[in-house]
Design a protein around this ligand. Structure first.
Ligand code: IDC
Length: 340
């Protein structure tokens, strides 16, 4: 029995037992606290519906969490305790694993591919243990057009989807940010090759597709969407750079029915540094919350840049106090906690 069937079987069995026992049962004489259900226990397999996701009960469901920085550069944050802090202290349900493709020591630019894949697997393993959702992000950036490393991408996603075909908590993000000369037509051609490779192993996988101009041109995707279901299009914003005009684009596209995932955003400007604009960030997140659009915040690291959530002086990888976070880390962790 695979993972998914096993979960359904367990749920049915549990209902039958509770019915037979004429539930609610009398309170046990020895009090014990059952651990709270994990996000995955409560929401199961996700699928795309309308502008966002819905859970296994067909209710709109939002993924909210942190994106790692490049896992090649900050592997120390791939630990069970890190993710546990994000789940229990920060109130998040999702983690994005950013695997740079073409930057220094990236997957296709001199990085040790076996080591990088084993880091991804570690990350997926910890997320699974904690019942969190996890995004495997093929972090196209310097390569601009995802077709540049298409062969590597096909091989990588073939392997990952075969490993995780029975995991309900794994989402695939096939190209972080096409940019510069990369057009929607070329991104589409790439997606039309990568999506079938993933779906051959994992027929109902949720897949996020980046859009041109650093994942801002969702209007181009809306004008010519891919012909697959369970696809979300990436919109990325940096609050001190992208304001009303990009929110208006989001509203226009979602009202046309385009499914969107904000798989990366920053509270600062698009360089990943400079000043934070928390007022713009709050406007963005309120809008996303009101339409149940999922989001991940850039980034979980202690680099000396304003988008890094942890203070450069702090070497801890879990259980951070307020003082051990950066200004953006404090703001976003409080935002996550304040969410129901
Ligand atoms: C930035 C990192 C920075 C790193 C650089 C590499 O914050 O430390 O040196 O990438 O090129 C994105 C990208 C994301 C960027 C981020 C900030 O997806 O990789 O991270 N950003 O520039 N899109 C818009 C902003």
């Amino acid at each position: 029995m695979n993972h998914k069937k096993h979960r359904l079987f367990t749920a049915c069995l549990l209902s039958a037992v509770l019915l037979a026992a004429n539930f609610p049962a009398p309170a046990p004489s020895v009090a014990f606290a059952a651990p709270p259900a994990s996000p995955l226990d409560s929401h199961g397999a996700l699928r795309v519906n309308g502008a966002g996701l819905e859970d296994c009960h067909q209710k709109p469901f939002q993924l909210r969490g942190m994106s790692t920085h490049g896992i090649a550069w900050f592997p120390q944050y791939i630990t069970l305790e890190t993710f546990r802090t994000l789940r229990d202290d920060w109130n998040t349900n999702c983690i994005r694993l950013a695997l740079y493709t073409d930057e220094y020591h990236g997957y296709c630019s001199g990085g040790n591919q076996e080591k990088l894949k084993s880091l991804v697997q570690k990350g997926v393993g910890y997320a699974t243990e904690l019942g969190m959702y996890v995004i495997i992000d093929w972090h196209v950036l310097n390569d601009k057009d995802p077709n540049v490393h298409k062969e590597d991408a096909l091989e990588f996603f073939r392997e990952m989807s075969s490993l995780y075909k029975d995991h309900e908590n794994v989402l695939y993000e096939i190209c972080n940010e096409p940019n510069s000369y990369a057009t929607w037509d070329s991104v589409k051609r790439y997606a039309q090759e990568v999506i079938p490779v993933i779906r051959a192993n994992d027929s109902d996988a949720v897949i996020i597709v980046g859009t041109p101009t650093w994942s801002q041109d969702i209007d181009q995707a809306a004008a010519s969407p891919l012909e697959y279901d369970n696809i979300l299009y990436a919109l990325h914003f940096y609050a001190a750079t992208h304001t009303d005009w990009l929110r208006e684009r989001l509203k226009a596209c979602t009202s046309q029915g385009l499914p969107v995932f904000v798989s990366e955003f920053g509270t600062c400007d698009a360089s990943g540094s400079g000043n934070n604009d928390f007022s713009q960030a709050a406007q963005w997140l309120r809008l996303l919350d009101s339409c149940q659009i999922s989001y991940c915040c850039w980034n979980l690291a202690n680099k000396a840049e304003s988008s890094s959530a942890i203070s450069p002086a702090c070497g801890k990888v879990a259980g951070w106090s307020e003082e051990e976070l950066s200004e953006s880390g404090r703001w976003i962790s409080q935002y996550f906690r304040s969410h129901p």
